[in-house]
Design a protein around this ligand. Structure first.
Ligand code: KIV
Ligand code: NA
Length: 277
């Protein structure tokens, strides 16, 4: 299998082959994405909610993100690796953003960073990309601003707001982003933005007209159930099967049917050459 790079992603885009992106937040989820052949893996700050149990994404720190990023990098050697810059680590100045992005590469073992925002963040995107760190943009529903957006709401539903979204996407593109996430916007708007950009769009709740798609792994796997957006398709019921498995374990322990003598136990023997496995 080939290592995915900006060049291979560009090739997919040119050939009109949709780009796959899945989030990962630890070693096992990274291995799943690796073995499933994902083109790209995003260590999204959504892990604050789905993996750490916070109410929103704004609690997670850069250091916490870096801890997760390193685990993901160990499990996903082939996908192109992108780390989310968390809330509070890039908005103040382009210099602050560059420092955080540099840490994401150096200490987080990622290959690119993602940050939320449009025109107002263009000079920041420019600063980071100019020194050679690839940036993935993110417009539409930007969860780090959910409070001021009045919650997790669909964006760009009126013509005016759709035009503003397009302007934001164009500004991020012009600042050097290699691709841009479009989250929770009408399908028509995402399709039009995709047509007008020269970089790939990665949709989440933005319809099939985007250049690629991303989902949050613990949503797609049916693990996280505190919030289930309309756009999320559940491809497995890992939460339910995990609970059922643990219930079985609990019941078998209580009834002393686990462990089974012979299958899960060691006999007496000559010495310490007894196999552990
Ligand atoms: O944090 C995240 O998982 C994201 C994706 C949903 C794009 O930003
Ligand atoms: Na995110």
């Amino acid at each position: 299998r080939k290592k995915q790079t900006l060049t291979t992603l560009q090739k997919l885009y040119k050939q009109n082959v949709p780009i796959t992106m899945m989030t990962a937040h630890d070693y096992p989820s990274a291995v799943f994405a690796e073995r499933a052949g994902m083109d790209t893996v995003l260590v999204g700050d959504s892990l604050a909610m789905v993996a750490l149990g916070y109410e929103n994404t704004n609690r997670v720190t850069l250091d916490e993100m870096l801890h997760h990023c390193r685990a993901v990098a160990r499990g996903s050697p082939h996908p192109f690796l992108i780390g989310d810059l968390p809330f509070g680590t890039y908005e103040s100045t382009p210099e602050q953003a560059l420092r955080s992005a540099t840490r994401m590469i150096q200490d987080g073992h990622m290959e690119a960073v993602k940050l939320e925002g449009g025109e107002e963040l263009a000079s920041t995107v420019r600063k980071i990309t100019t020194v050679g760190i690839p940036v993935l943009g993110h417009v539409g529903l930007t969860p780090q601003r959910a409070t001021s957006l009045g919650g997790f709401r669909v964006q760009g539903k009126t013509a005016e707001k759709a035009i503003k979204l397009l302007q934001d996407a164009l500004a991020v593109e012009a600042a050097g982003a290699f691709a841009i996430v479009l989250e929770a916007i009408p399908e028509l708007v995402a399709t039009e933005i995709t047509k007008r950009l020269k970089i790939p769009t990665i949709g989440i709740g933005a319809g099939v007209g985007c250049s690629g798609q991303v989902l949050v792994a613990l949503d797609a796997l049916g693990v996280y159930d505190r919030l289930s957006p309309k756009f999320c398709k559940t491809y497995a019921e890992i939460g339910k099967s995990s609970i059922a498995a643990l219930e079985s374990f609990g019941a078998e322990v209580k009834s002393r049917t686990f462990p089974e003598s012979g299958t899960h136990t060691y006999p007496m023997g000559k010495g310490e050459e007894e196999k552990f496995l």
